[in-house]
Design a protein around this ligand. Structure first.
Ligand code: PMP
Length: 330
C-alpha cells in the first residue's frame, strides 16, 4: 500500500510548472514552484515541521507545551497541523490586516487566534511581536518558534526547497526569484542553489514597495506575508544578488492574471514574485531557466484580491463588480 503515515509526511516535494501565458514575448523558460501543494497550503509547512522537531530535540518544547507565534496565517497553519498531531496547544498572534478567512483557517485547525493592530511600531506593547513575546513568556510551557530569527527556517529551505529545484531542473536553473518576508526562503534556497551551481545561479528577491529590503522605511503596503519594517536574522542579505520592489497594484493585477491565464489561484505575494520574475526573465536569454516560488494559494484572499469591490476601493480596478445581462450578451 502506498500512503503517508500522517499529513506531516506530505510536506515538501512540490511541483514545478511552466508559465505559458503571462510570459508572452519572453524567451527564457519561467517555472513556478507551487507551494500550495503542501498539506497546509503554503511553503510555511516546511519550516513548521523543522522548527518543532528541533525544539523537541533541544527540550525547548516539552510534551503538552503551548506554541505561541506571530504569524500572518501560513506559518500558523503549518505549526497547527504538526502541533495537533503531537498534542501541543497553539496560540497565534496576527496583525489586523490579515484576512478574516485566513484567521478562520487557523481556528479550523484548532488553534486560538489573537488579533493586533497593524499600524503600530514593532516595539509598541500592542504590536503583534510584543503581544506574542508576552504570551510565550506568561503561558506555562510556552515556546515561541520565532520564524524571524529561528535558523531552522532557512535550514529547512537549504535542505528541501533548494535541492528539489536543483534536481527538478537537472541543475539547469539560472535564476531563482522569491518574495522576502522573514527571509528564510531566499536565504536557505538561494544559498543552496548558489553552492550547487558554483555561484552561477542568480538569486533575486521580490519585495513590496515600502518594505526595508528594497530600501523603504517600512511604510504600509497591502501584500501579505512579505516585506518587513525591521531586519530579521532569518534573512542573510549576502545571499540575494538583487531585490526588486513591486507595487501593490502590479502584485494584485498579476495575481489575478495567474488565476485567469495560468489556472493558478494563488496569493498576492505570488503575483508580486511573478512580476519580479518576469522582469528578470525579460532580460534573460533563451537558454535561461527562471524559477519563481509561489508561497501559497489564493482561497484565503477571495474577499480581497479576488473581490472586485475591494480592489476598486483602493483604486486598483475601475470596473464594477457584476456584469449585467447586456454586458454578457454584447
Ligand atoms: N508569501 C507569503 C504568503 C508568506 O506567508 C510568506 C512568509 N511570511 C512569504 C511569502 C515569505 O517567505 P519567507 O518568510 O520565507 O521570506
Amino acid at each position: 500500500m502506498d500512503y503517508a503515515a500522517s499529513v506531516v509526511d506530505l510536506i515538501g516535494g512540490t511541483p514545478l510548472v511552466r508559465l505559458n501565458k503571462v510570459t508572452e514575448g519572453i524567451a527564457a523558460t519561467v517555472l513556478a514552484k507551487v507551494e500550495y501543494f503542501n498539506p497546509g497550503g503554503s511553503v510555511k509547512d516546511r519550516i513548521a515541521v523543522r522548527m518543532i522537531e528541533a525544539a523537541e530535540a533541544s527540550g525547548a518544547l516539552q510534551p503538552g507545551g503551548t506554541i505561541v507565534e506571530p504569524t500572518s496565517g501560513n506559518t500558523g497553519v503549518g505549526l497547527a497541523i504538526v502541533a495537533q498531531q503531537r498534542g501541543y496547544r497553539c496560540v497565534f498572534v496576527c496583525p489586523d490586516k490579515v484576512a478574516v478567512d485566513k484567521r478562520n483557517v487557523l481556528k479550523a485547525y484548532g488553534a486560538e487566534v489573537v488579533v493586533c493592530p497593524t499600524a503600530v511600531e514593532p516595539s509598541d506593547p500592542r504590536s503583534y511581536y510584543s503581544v506574542s513575546d508576552r504570551l510565550a513568556r506568561e503561558l506555562p510551557g510556552g515556546w515561541k518558534p520565532d520564524q524571524y530569527s529561528n535558523p531552522e527556517g532557512p535550514r529547512s529551505h537549504y535542505e528541501t526547497t533548494g535541492p528539489e529545484i536543483w534536481k527538478a531542473t537537472d541543475g539547469r536553473v539560472t535564476h531563482f526569484v522569491t518574495g522576502v518576508g522573514t527571509g528564510g526562503t531566499i536565504t536557505g534556497t538561494g544559498r543552496y542553489l548558489k553552492e550547487a551551481s558554483g555561484g552561477a545561479v542568480r538569486v533575486i528577491g521580490a519585495d513590496p514597495q515600502g518594505s526595508v529590503y528594497s530600501g523603504g522605511t517600512g511604510r504600509p503596503y497591502l501584500v501579505e506575508g512579505v516585506g518587513e519594517d525591521f531586519w530579521p536574522t532569518a534573512y542573510d542579505p549576502a545571499v540575494p544578488d538583487e531585490i526588486i520592489a513591486v507595487s501593490d497594484r502590479d502584485s494584485f493585477a498579476m495575481t489575478r492574471r495567474l488565476a485567469r491565464e495560468e489556472g493558478l489561484l494563488v496569493g498576492g505575494s505570488c503575483g508580486m514574485a511573478v512580476v519580479a520574475a518576469l522582469e528578470v526573465a525579460r532580460a534573460a536569454g533563451p537558454d535561461d531557466v527562471v524559477v519563481v516560488l509561489l508561497p501559497d494559494g489564493g482561497r484565503g484572499y477571495l474577499s480581497k484580491i479576488f473581490n472586485d469591490d475591494w480592489m476598486a476601493s483602493y483604486g486598483f480596478l475601475s470596473t464594477s463588480a457584476e456584469a449585467t445581462v447586456g454586458d454578457v450578451l454584447r
